[in-house]
Design a protein around this ligand. Structure first.
Ligand SMILES: Cc1cc2nc3c(=O)[nH]c(=O)nc-3n(C[C@H](O)[C@H](O)[C@H](O)COP(=O)(O)OP(=O)(O)OC[C@H]3O[C@@H](n4cnc5c(N)ncnc54)[C@H](O)[C@@H]3O)c2cc1C
Length: 212
């Protein structure tokens, strides 16, 4: 008779915080761009990478209407909308590389103004003060869709991560689905299996072509 040691999957018993230990059997990783680090603390793998995203507001600009919807140039991903008296310009530089970079790169101004002027020529006349521009971090997954559901190898750990730049829009549904999964193991709102982290190992990636 050969014997193998019984290895039990680790399970969550609590969280160490800067204000002490919190005893709990369930932890939800909602750490945005830092989510992979949090997963790693629990011994879980999570394919979420930080990716810098830069936004450029123009100075007051009255050559476009005061009110208009957000406009997207689907050929480049450049998009813009009113922000106060100016226009907020946004574009995902495909040459951006992953990392925790949050400083604004001033060379980005010319790049985005080129895209802006080629679609909306009047924007060539917009003034930009680079000191008012800023950068934040997207939390990218390999297929640019969220990861929602239990961590496969750590009992009690749940992921609600990797919104890949559209997490504000997804937040109400994500909260509801996560609560459903914790309380009853399934959700009536959507088939949450599609969003499980295991889809990457199973090759069941979800297509998202409109990441802005
Ligand atoms: C420039 C920019 C523009 C965007 N525009 C849009 C948009 O128009 N529409 C849209 O839907 N989405 C947009 N997004 C994306 C959206 O902001 C994110 O998808 C969303 O904020 C993700 O929410 P979250 O709660 O998962 O993570 P976050 O909002 O990033 O929250 C994670 C939190 O975890 C905390 N944290 C991390 N590590 C630890 C730790 N060790 N201990 C304690 N706390 C920790 C962080 O401090 C943070 O507060 C944009 C993002 C950027 C950067």
């Amino acid at each position: 008779t050969s014997a193998l040691p019984a290895i039990e999957a680790p399970r969550i018993t609590g969280v160490h915080t800067s204000r002490g230990f919190i005893s709990t059997r369930v932890v939800v990783n909602a750490a945005g761009a830092w989510a992979a680090q949090i997963a790693e603390m629990a011994g879980a793998e999570l394919p979420v990478e930080p990716l810098r995203r830069q936004l450029v507001p123009t100075e007051p600009f009255d050559q476009l209407p005061q009110r208009f919807p957000m406009v997207i140039d689907m050929s480049t991903g450049f998009h813009f909308r009113r922000e106060g008296k100016g226009i907020l310009l946004a574009w995902n530089d495909p040459k951006e590389t992953p990392g925790f970079k949050t400083e604004f790169d001033t060379t980005f101004v010319e790049k985005i103004l080129t895209r802006a002027a080629s679609r909306v020529p009047v924007l060539a006349e917009a003034g930009v003060n680079p000191r008012r521009a800023w950068a934040g971090l997207y939390e990218m997954t390999p297929d640019h869709h969220a990861i929602i559901g239990p961590a496969p190898n750590v009992e009690g750990l749940y992921f609600v991560n990797g919104f890949s730049g559209h997490g504000v829009m997804h937040s109400p549904a994500s909260g509801r689905v996560t609560a459903d999964l914790i309380l009853q193991g399934r959700s009536d709102l959507i088939d949450a299996n599609q969003l499980s982290v295991e889809r990457f190992k199973q090759g069941k990636l979800l297509e998202e072509t409109a990441v802005l």
